[in-house]
Design a binder for this molecule. Sequence first.
Ligand code: FES
Length: 80
Amino acid sequence: MSAHTFRIRTEEAEYAVPVECTHRKGWLKCGKISRTKHGGCFVTCPLHFSTFDVQTGRQVSGPASSNLATTKLHDLNSGG
Ligand code: FES
C-alpha cells in the first residue's frame, strides 16, 4: 500500500483507496464512509461530495468525472 492510499474495510475485504479525490484532490481520507445493509461500501469526498463505490472504484454521484483506483488488498473471510 502506498503513502497515497488509506485502507477501508468492507464486510468481506479490505481495500486500498487513494487519499485524493479524482475531482479536485479533496482529501477522501477525511470523507464519509457509508455502508449498506447489503454489503456495499461508499466513500464521499468532503469537498464537493462526489461518492465512490469502494469495491469497484466507480463514481456514483457528484462532480468528479472519473472513477477512483481502488485496490482489493485481501479478503477478510479467506484468511488471505
Ligand atoms: S474534490 Fe472531491 S468532489 Fe470535488
